[in-house]
Design a protein around this ligand. Structure first.
Ligand SMILES: [Mg+2]
Length: 266
C-alpha cells in the first residue's frame, strides 16, 4: 500500500526526540523546507545538482496520488544528487549560498520568543544541512533556541551519501504526526500550530490543532491540494508576517482556533 495510514502503531524511531515542552500553552511545530525557507533545499539539490525538476515534480505528484511512498521517491531524488558526484559538504555550502528565509520569519520568531512559545522544526530534510542553513540565516545564537526533529544522513566510506530516515519502516520516512502525538500524551497538552507546504507534511496534516498551509504564488501547492481532497481544515498563509497576524490573534484571545480555521486564510 503506497499511502501509509497514521492509524498504524507508532513506527520505531532510529533517532532521538528532544524532550516535549511541558506546561506551555502553545507550541509551534513547523516544516522547514519551503515553509520557513522560500525554496525547498531538497528540491534545489534535485533540480540543480540531481536528476532535474521534471523527474522531481513527477515524483511529488506520484506521492500525492499514492503511487509511491514519500520515503522511496525522496530517497531516489537525493540519490540522484550524490550519484552525480556531489559531496554532502559541497551540497551544504551550495545551500548556504542559495536558500533564503521567509520574509516574515524573524518577526514571527521574535514574537514567539516574547510569548514563551517554543518553535520546533519538523522536517524530512537532513539535520546537518538544516542546522547549517538556519544558523547562516538567523545567526548562531537564535538558531540554538530552535530544535530540529528531522532525518539524518549516512556518509559512506567512498564519499557518497544517502538520507538516513528517522522512521525507516514508515512510508513517510519521517512520520511527522509522531512529534504532535507526543504532545497529546501530556496531562495539559498545548495548542499545536503546525506549518507546512508540501507532500512531506501529509503525515502531520490531520493531527495539528491549527494547520497552516503555505500558499505558493505560481508554485506547487501539494499540501493544500491534499487537505482539500481529504477535507482537512487548514489556514492558507502567504508568508510568516500573515501567519503572525493569525497566530497572535489566537494567542491573545482575540479569536478562537475554530474561528481562525473557519476563516481559512491568515
Ligand atoms: Mg516543505
Amino acid at each position: 500500500m503506497a499511502t501509509p495510514s497514521n492509524a498504524e502503531p507508532a513506527p520505531e524511531s532510529t533517532l532521538p526526540y528532544p524532550p516535549v515542552h511541558k506546561d506551555k500553552k502553545f507550541v509551534v511545530l513547523s516544516d522547514w523546507d519551503g515553509t520557513i525557507t522560500t525554496r525547498d533545499s531538497n528540491d534545489y539539490m534535485t533540480d540543480e545538482l540531481g536528476f532535474g525538476p521534471e523527474k522531481r515534480r513527477q515524483g511529488n505528484l506520484d506521492i500525492l496520488s499514492g503511487k509511491v511512498t514519500f520515503r522511496d521517491a525522496f530517497h531516489e531524488m537525493l540519490d540522484s544528487v550524490s550519484g552525480n558526484g556531489h559531496s554532502f559538504e559541497f551540497c551544504k555550502e551550495e545551500l548556504k549560498k542559495n536558500i533564503k528565509l521567509d520574509p516574515g520569519f524573524k518577526d514571527f520568531y521574535q514574537y514567539c520568543k516574547e510569548h514563551d512559545i517554543p518553535i520546533v522544526i519538523i522536517s524530512s530534510g537532513m539535520e546537518p544541512i538544516i542546522r547549517a542553513v538556519l544558523s547562516n540565516l538567523i545567526g548562531e545564537e537564535d538558531s540554538k533556541d530552535i530544535e530540529i526533529v528531522s532525518n539524518h544522513v549516512d556518509i559512506h566510506a567512498d564519499g557518497t551519501w544517502s538520507i538516513k530516515y528517522r522512521h525507516p519502516t514508515s512510508g513517510f520516512g519521517h512520520d511527522k504526526s509522531q512529534a504532535i502525538l507526543h504532545y497529546r500524551e501530556l496531562e495539559h497538552p498545548p495548542t499545536i500550530f503546525f506549518f507546512g507546504d508540501g507532500v512531506s507534511d501529509m503525515s502531520a496534516a490531520r493531527h495539528a490543532d491549527v494547520l497552516y498551509v503555505k500558499q505558493k504564488q505560481g508554485g506547487d501547492n501539494d499540501l493544500a491540494a491534499f487537505c482539500t481532497r481529504e477535507g482537512i481544515p487548514h489556514i492558507l498563509f502567504e508568508d510568516f508576517s500573515h501567519a503572525l497576524r493569525s497566530v497572535s490573534a489566537i494567542v491573545e484571545g482575540k479569536t478562537t482556533t475554530q474561528e481562525a480555521l473557519a476563516k481559512g486564510t491568515a
